[in-house]
Design a protein around this ligand. Structure first.
Ligand code: CA
Length: 302
């Protein structure tokens, strides 16, 4: 019996909320995509964009990034997912930059963009900015993406520890975003490849959670409920705790497919039935041999 099923069921829940601000400058994408060939399970494209720029232009930037990413999956599925995502991020950067240039005299609009393409057990994650992808596996929360932020760079250099970074007044300064410069830094987006396991959860979220949530909050909330309930509970929790920002969360749950469950159940039943025969068979055979031996003994003795 295989412990890693060939195909998975993927369930997704999501929410985006203005929460601690009058306007919501976040935008999200949850789009089903075709399954991989030969039992590869279902698929999704997921993304969270967190826009920035005054006069509602953050909304424009984040929505543009989401729309351009979605376009990539409106036709054939790309073969090289990492390459396709890199190209989509570049196109989004150019489009947002051009649109930003039309409004003179104001700060440029820009947006973060974290995205995940999940097909069966394979996930490709791309990131620019400080929205995050987390993996919950065996009740442990792991941050997959590295923030492109000033404090993350300071932590990497050893100038700040994690706790100081969380309290730094500069914690919201991003060092990479879409739309801020004419061409995207050639190292961007950061790409991460993952192989998912049954019971894994993937969380994509904007930075509105970071000031008010602890790692255990994500784990206990997400493990206790289905993905849609989890996403809503996380947003409610952040709002109740007084976040001063928008919050967006997408939760993906990985479970074994029905075919895998049935296959494993049949395997378990066969395994459970097999030993029931042996306790009876052994004494019967022993008794038969004894009777035969006695019969032979009696025959020759007489
Ligand atoms: Ca934000």
């Amino acid at each position: 019996m295989s412990l890693v099923p060939a195909d998975f069921n993927l369930t997704v829940g999501s929410t985006t909320s203005s929460a601690g601000r009058p306007q919501n400058e976040d935008a999200i994408l949850v789009k089903p995509v075709p399954a991989l060939a030969a039992g590869g399970g279902t698929g999704f494209v997921l993304a969270v964009a967190d826009g920035m720029g005054g006069h509602a232009r953050g909304e424009v930037a984040s929505q543009l990034a989401i729309t351009l990413l979605e376009d990539l999956f409106n036709h054939d599925m790309p073969e090289d997912m990492a390459l396709a995502l890199k190209q989509a991020y570049r196109r989004a950067n150019e489009a947002i930059y051009k649109q930003g240039a039309t409004d003179a005299g104001e700060a440029r609009m820009g947006t973060t963009l974290v995205s995940a393409v999940v097909r069966g057990k394979y996930a490709t994650i791309a990131n620019v900015g400080d929205s995050r992808a987390y993996l919950i596996r065996a009740k442990q929360l792991t941050q997959i993406t590295q923030d492109h932020s000033l404090v993350a760079e300071q932590v990497a250099k050893g100038e700040l520890n994690e706790e100081q970074a969380k309290r730094s007044p500069q914690r919201n300064i991003v060092t990479q975003a879409l739309g801020l410069s004419e061409t995207l830094d050639r190292r961007m987006p950061s790409i991460y490849e993952l192989t998912l396991l049954p019971e894994d959860r993937l969380l994509l979220c904007s930075d509105g959670f970071f000031d008010v949530m602890q790692p255990d909050d994500y784990v206990s909330t997400i493990m206790a409920q289905n993905p849609q309930e989890s996403a809503l509970s996380l947003a409610t929790m952040a709002t109740d705790r007084g976040t001063t920002d928008n919050v967006s969360a997408i939760v993906l749950e990985v479970s074994p497919s029905l075919a895998t469950v049935q296959r494993e159940r049949i395997g378990t039943e066969i395994a459970a039935n097999a030993p029931r025969m042996s306790p009876l068979v052994i004494p019967i055979v022993t008794i038969l041999i004894l009777i035969l031996a006695i019969a032979l003994g009696v025959y020759f003795y007489l």
